[in-house]
Design a protein around this ligand. Structure first.
Ligand SMILES: Nc1nc2c(c(=O)[nH]1)N[C@H]1C(S)=C(S)[C@@H](COP(=O)(O)OP(=O)(O)OC[C@H]3O[C@@H](n4cnc5c(=O)[nH]c(N)nc54)[C@H](O)[C@@H]3O)O[C@H]1N2
Ligand SMILES: Nc1nc2c(c(=O)[nH]1)N[C@H]1C(S)=C(S)[C@@H](COP(=O)(O)OP(=O)(O)OC[C@H]3O[C@@H](n4cnc5c(=O)[nH]c(N)nc54)[C@H](O)[C@@H]3O)O[C@H]1N2
Ligand code: SF4
Ligand SMILES: [Mo]
Length: 889
C-alpha cells in the first residue's frame, strides 16, 4: 500500500483543530496540524500531537459480548432490540433510556436521538454534556431565545479585554490559549483577566488574576452591573431597542454587594483588584467574556452565565467584532449534540417540546410517537435506574462510573437495571465492567462524520484506519437496532452522508429564519461533496452561503419579541464551613477525561504520573500532610487516595483542594474522585455542581513505598495504593502499602515468566530491590523503601529497551543507575521533545532564564508551546531558590 494523507479533526477538545494524518495500512506517522483549518492554522497542542500514539489496538473492545462471552452482531442486536421492545410494551417507553456523549459524531448522535425521541416515544436520551455545558445552553436560551454562541474565535483575537471565567484554557483549550497569547503580543493594549479560585497555567498571560471564593461569581458580576449603571456606562440605546427586563435585573443586581469593601468580603478578592477589573471593564468596549466549567459546573451555573450575559447586553457588547459572551465547549462535538437535540430537554435541530415543534418533527420523521415531554436529566436518569423506573439503559461513548457525581451510586444503580448495554471502543473501563452487553465501537481514525466546535464550525472527521475486529461505527450499531425493532423505513442509512443530509434538511424544514440553526445550504450534497466538505460555521443558508461568523449584529434575537432578555439574578453565596475543605475538580494538561486514550501515550502519561490533590500549606500542615506523601480524601460517600502536592503560593486558596478528574480504577487503586461528589445540581439546567464538594483530608500512612517496572501490564496490584503509567519501554506502577512488603513481593515474584533474579534486601528498613532478567532482557524491576526515593528510574526504564543487557548494566540494575553520571530527567515538562524538569533546571542554572532561551538550549516549548507557562513557573521558582541560597551564603 502507498501512504495515504487524510485531513480530519482532533477528537479531543472543543477547539476542533484540523489534523493531517499520513498513514500506511495500520501505521500512522506523527500527525501534523492542518494549515488550512481555521481553528488552528497548522498548530496542535500536546494531546493532538500525540494522536498517532493512541491508534493501536491494545485494550480495544473487539467483539460484541454478552455477560462477558463473545457473541455475534446478529445476536447482540437482536437481544438489545428485543429487550427494548419488551420493556416498552410492559412498562411504557419511559422505562428505557440512552445516555450519550459529546464525543459521538453528529451522525451517531442524530440517529440515537431520532430512535429515542421519535420512535421509542420517550425523551430519556440524555448525555454527558449535561455535566459539561447544560447551564451554558440554558442561559443562552433564557437570554437570547436560542442556544446560539454569538461569536467566533476571531473575536478572541480582536478583543481589547479578555475576561476568562472558570477556564483553564492553557491546559483545556491550548490552541485557543495560544491564539489569545499571540493576539496579546501583537496588541500590547489587550488585557487579560482570569477569574478562578486557583492560580492556573492560564494566569501566565493574565494582567489580573481574581482568586474568587468558589461560587461567588454571581455576586461579582451583579456588583459589576450595578457599578456600570452607577457610572452611567450602560448602552441605553441598545437596551431600549433590543432588550427587555433591565429594571428587574438591575434591582436584583443591587442586592449583591453594598460597596467594594462588602464585595471584598464576599468574593475574597482585594477591593483594589476588584476596582481595577471594574474600571477596565467600564473602559473597554471590545470585551469578550470567555467562560467554561468554573461557571457551568455550579449549583447556580445558569445564573452565573446569565449574570455574564446581562453585562454584555447592558453594554451592547454582543454581535460586534471583539465583543460577546463566549461559552467555550469542552468536547469535540458538544455543539453537534446540541444541534441534534442530545439533551433530554431538547427535541432536535434546536426545537423543543412545544406542540408546534413536536408536530413539525413528527411530520418530518414520519414518526409514530414523538416524545411529549422532556426526559430525565443525567442525575435523575441514574436515580430512576436505581429506583427501578428505568429497566433498559444504553450508554454510548461515555464513562459515567467515573465522571458522574456520586459515582458509586451510579455503580449501584446499574446493578438494579435489567439490561445495561455499553457501546465503547475500549474493553476495560469502569463502565464496561458494569454492562451486560458490550458493543464494540469504531474509534477516532476509523469513523466518518462531522463534529461542530465551539465557534459553530462544522468539520469532517475522516477515517483512515479499518476498525479492528468486529468494531463498527456508532450510527451503524444504532441503525441496526432500530431496524430490528421494526423501523426499517425510518432508518435506511448506509453511509453517514445520508444521515447528515437528513439532519441538514430537518434544520431547514419550515424554518424561514425562525430558528438560528439552519443548514439548508448543506442539503442535497452528494457523497463526494460531503467527503470534501470544508470547515464551515453554521448557519449555512441563502443569507449566509459561506456561513456566519457573528450572530446578533442585526440586533435581532430569537425570542417572541425579537428582543434579548435580561435575567434577574439573585446572587447566593455557598455556606461558609471552615471545618471541611472544598474539593474542586478539573483537568490536567496531558490527559483526556477517563484516560482511555491518553494513557496509551507514554509521553502524555509522563507529564503528571499520579493522581494528586493540591493543598495550600496552611491546610496541609493543620492536618499533618506532607508534600509528596499520600493523602486520603474522604466524606460520607467514600474515599480516595492520592499524592499530596503542597504549596505556599497562590496555586491554591486556603480551605480548598484541587483534584484532577482523570484517574479511574483501571489506572489507580482508589482515585475515582466522582465518588466524593454529591448530587447537587443547578435547578434550571440540571447540571451537577462538580466543582464544589465538601471533603476531609488526612495522611495515608504506609509501611513502605516503591515502584514496579514491568515489560507486561500487570493489571491491578495487590497493594493499598498503586498508580499505573505506560513508559516508552513497558509499564510502570507507583505503589505503597500498609502491610509488610513480603506478601506483595511474593505475588510479584510468582507472576508469570521464568528468568533469573537479582535481589537486594534489608528487611529492617523494608528496603528491597529486585530485578528479573528473561532471555538476557530486563523483564521486571521492583524497588521498595520505607521512605520513598523518587528519582533513579529513567535509566532503568531505558534498559527495558535494550535487546540484550550488557554485563555492566546488569550489575548496575540494583543500583538503579549506570556507573557514571546519568542524570534522571525528572517529571517531563515538554512532552513534544521529552524534556524533563531536571534538564530544565540545569539549563536555567547555566543562564537560560527565559522560555525562549530554554527553547534554544533544549527545544522545549518550541513545538506546540503548551508547556511554556510551566517553563516560566520553573524559571520563576528557580530564581527564588538562587536568591535564597545567595542570602543564606
Ligand atoms: N487536557 C484536557 N483538555 C480538555 C479536557 C480534558 O479532559 N483534558 N476536557 C475537555 C472538556 S470536555 C471540557 S468541558 C473542558 C473544560 O475546560 P475548563 O473549564 O477550562 O477546565 P476545568 O479544569 O474543568 O475547570 C476550569 C477552572 O474552573 C475553576 N473553578 C472552579 N470553581 C470555580 C468557581 O466557583 N468560579 C470560577 N470562576 N472558577 C471556578 C477551576 O479552578 C478550574 O481551574 O476542557 C476540555 N479540554
Ligand atoms: N468531578 C468532575 N467530574 C466531571 C467533570 C469535572 O470537571 N469534574 N467534567 C465533566 C465533563 S465536562 C465531561 S465532558 C465528562 C467526561 O466524562 P466521560 O464522558 O465519562 O469521559 P471519557 O473518558 O471521555 O469517556 C468516553 C468513553 O467513550 C469511549 N469512546 C471514545 N470514542 C468513542 C466512540 O467513537 N464511540 C463509542 N461508543 N465510544 C467511544 C472511550 O473509550 C471512553 O470510555 O466528565 C464530567 N465529569
Ligand atoms: S487544542 Fe489540542 S486537544 Fe484541542 S482540538 Fe486542538 S489539538 Fe486537539
Ligand atoms: Mo466537558
Amino acid at each position: 500500500m502507498t501512504p495515504v494523507t487524510t485531513h480530519t479533526t482532533c477528537p479531543y477538545c472543543g477547539v476542533g483543530c484540523g489534523v493531517e494524518v499520513k498513514s500506511q495500512d495500520l501505521d500512522v506517522a506523527p500527525v501534523a496540524g492542518l494549515q488550512a483549518h481555521p481553528a488552528n492554522f497548522g498548530r496542535l497542542c500536546v494531546k493532538g500531537s500525540a494522536l498517532h500514539e493512541t491508534t493501536d489496538h491494545t485494550d480495544r473492545l473487539l467483539h460484541p459480548t454478552l455477560n462477558g462471552k463473545e457473541t455475534t452482531w446478529d445476536k447482540a442486536i437482536g437481544l438489545v432490540a428485543d429487550k427494548m421492545r419488551q420493556v416498552i410494551s410492559t412498562h411504557g417507553p419511559d422505562a428505557v433510556a440512552f445516555y450519550g456523549s459529546g464525543q459521538l459524531l453528529t451522525e451517531d448522535y442524530y440517529v440515537a436521538n431520532k430512535l429515542m425521541k421519535g420512535f421509542v416515544g420517550s425523551a430519556n436520551m440524555d448525555t454527558n454534556s449535561r455535566l459539561c455545558m447544560a447551564s451554558a445552553v440554558a442561559a443562552y436560551k433564557r437570554a437570547l431565545g436560542s442556544d446560539t454562541v454569538p461569536g467566533s474565535y476571531q473575536d478572541l483575537e480582536e478583543a481589547d479585554l479578555m475576561v476568562m471565567v472558570g477556564s483553564n484554557a492553557a491546559w483545556a483549550h491550548p490552541i485557543l490559549f495560544q491564539r489569545i497569547t499571540a493576539a496579546k503580543k501583537a496588541n500590547p493594549d489587550m488585557k487579560v483577566v482570569v477569574i478562578d479560585p486557583r492560580f492556573t497555567a492560564t494566569c501566565d498571560i493574565a494582567d489580573l488574576h481574581l482568586p474568587v471564593r468558589p461560587g461567588s461569581d454571581t455576586t461579582l458580576f451583579n456588583a459589576l452591573l450595578t457599578y456600570m449603571h452607577d457610572q452611567n456606562c450602560l448602552d441605553n440605546d441598545f437596551i431600549a431597542e433590543h432588550c427587555e427586563g433591565i429594571t428587574d435585573a438591575l434591582d436584583a443586581a443591587r442586592a449583591a454587594a453594598a460597596d467594594f469593601a462588602d464585595l471584598e468580603q464576599k468574593t475574597g478578592v482585594d477591593a483594589s483588584e476588584l476596582e481595577t477589573f471594574f474600571s477596565w471593564f467600564r473602559d473597554t468596549e471590545k470585551t469578550v467574556t470567555f467562560y467554561s466549567q468554573g461557571v457551568n459546573q455550579s449549583i447556580d451555573g445558569t445564573d452565573k452565565a446569565n449574570a455574564i450575559i446581562n453585562l454584555h447586553l447592558a453594554t451592547g457588547r454582543i454581535g460586534k467584532p471583539g465583543a460577546c459572551p463566549f461559552s467555550i465547549t469542552g468536547q469535540p462535538n458538544a455543539m453537534g449534540g446540541r444541534e441534534v437535540g442530545g439533551l433530554a430537554n431538547q427535541l432536535a435541530a434546536h426545537m423543543d417540546f412545544a406542540a408546534e415543534d413536536r408536530e413539525r418533527i413528527k411530520r418530518f420523521w414520519n414518526a409514530p410517537s414523538v416524545a411529549e415531554k422532556p426526559g430525565y436529566k443525567a442525575v435523575d436518569l441514574f436515580n430512576a435506574v436505581k429506583d427501578g423506573k428505568i429497566k433498559f439503559l444504553w450508554i454510548m461513548s461515555t464513562n459515567p462510573l467515573v465522571s458522574m457525581p456520586d459515582a458509586d451510586a451510579v455503580k449501584e444503580a446499574l446493578k438494579q437495571c435489567e439490561l445495561v448495554v455499553v457501546s465503547d471502543c475500549m474493553a476495560n473501563t469502569d463502565t464496561t465492567a458494569a454492562a451486560h452487553v458490550l458493543l464494540p465501537a469504531a474509534s477516532w481514525g476509523e469513523k466518518n462524520g462531522t463534529v461542530t466546535n465551539s465557534e459553530r464550525r462544522i468539520s469532517r472527521q475522516r477515517g483512515f484506519l479499518p476498525p479492528p475486529g468486529d468494531a463498527r461505527p456508532d450510527w451503524w450499531i444504532i441503525t441496526q437496532v432500530a431496524r430490528h425493532m421494526g423501523f426499517e423505513d425510518a432508518f435506511p442509512y448506509e453511509h453517514p452522508s445520508e444521515i447528515f443530509d437528513e439532519h441538514a434538511r430537518l434544520s431547514a424544514f419550515e424554518n424561514n429564519g425562525r430558528r438560528d440553526f439552519d443548514l439548508s445550504g448543506l442539503t442535497g450534497m452528494t457523497r463526494e461533496q460531503y467527503d470534501a466538505l470544508a470547515p464551515v460555521q453554521w448557519p449555512v443558508n441563502d443569507t449566509y452561503p459561506e456561513g456566519r461568523a457573528r450572530f446578533f449584529d442585526d440586533g435581532r434575537f430569537y425570542t417572541p419579541s425579537g428582543k434579548a432578555r435580561f435575567v434577574p439574578i439573585n446572587a447566593q453565596l455557598p455556606e461558609q464551613d471552615d471545618a471541611t475543605l472544598i474539593m474542586n475538580t478539573g483537568r490536567v494538561r496531558d490527559h483526556w477525561h477517563t484516560m482511555t486514550r491518553t494513557a496509551k501515550s507514554s509521553r502524555l502519561a509522563r507529564h503528571i504520573a499520579e493522581p494528586y490533590a493540591d493543598f495550600h500549606i496552611r491546610d496541609a500542615s493543620q492536618r499533618g500532610i506532607r508534600d509528596g506523601a499520600l493523602v486520603e480524601l474522604h466524606n460520607d460517600r467514600g474515599q480516595i487516595i492520592v499524592r499530596a502536592k503542597v504549596s505556599d503560593d497562590k496555586r491554591q486558596r486556603p480551605g480548598e483542594v484541587f483534584v484532577p478528574m482523570h484517574w479511574t480504577s483501571r489506572y489507580a487503586s482508589s482515585a475515582r474522585m466522582g465518588v466524593l461528589i454529591n448530587q447537587d445540581n443547578d435547578p434550571v439546567s440540571g447540571q451537577p455542581a462538580l466543582k464544589i464538594s465538601r471533603v476531609e483530608a488526612r495522611p495515608f500512612d504506609v509501611e513502605w513505598q516503591g515502584f514496579v517496572l514491568s515489560r507486561t501490564d500487570l493489571g491491578p496490584l495487590d497493594a493499598d495504593y498503586w498508580a499505573y503509567n505506560l513508559t516508552d519501554t513497558g509499564h510502570m506502577y507507583e505503589v505503597a502499602h500498609r502491610d509488610s512488603p513480603e506478601a506483595f513481593l511474593q505475588k510479584i515474584e510468582q507472576s508469570e515468566g521464568e528468568g533469573s533474579w537479582l535481589r537486594f534486601s534489608d528487611e529492617a528498613n523494608h528496603h528491597y530491590r529486585l530485578a528479573r532478567v528473561v532471555d538476557g532482557r530486563l523483564d521486571l524491576v521492583v524497588f521498595i523503601h520505607r521512605d520513598y526515593d523518587f528519582g533513579t528510574r529513567q535509566w532503568l526504564i531505558d534498559r527495558f529497551g535494550d535487546e540484550e543487557l550488557d554485563r555492566n548494566d546488569r550489575r548496575a540494575l540494583l543500583a538503579g543507575r549506570a556507573p557514571g553520571a546519568q542524570v534522571d530527567k525528572g517529571a517531563i515538562i515538554c512532552s513534544c521533545f521529552q524534556v524533563g524538569e531536571n534538564a530544565i533546571k540545569e539549563a536555567i542554572a547555566q543562564g537560560a532564564d527565559t522560555a525562549e532561551a530554554l527553547g534554544k538550549a533544549l527545544l522545549c516549548g518550541t513545538n506546540c508551546g503548551s508547556c511554556i507557562p510551566e517553563l516560566k513557573t520553573i524559571i520563576q521558582k528557580s530564581s527564588v531558590e538562587f536568591t535564597d541560597a545567595a542570602k543564606a551564603g
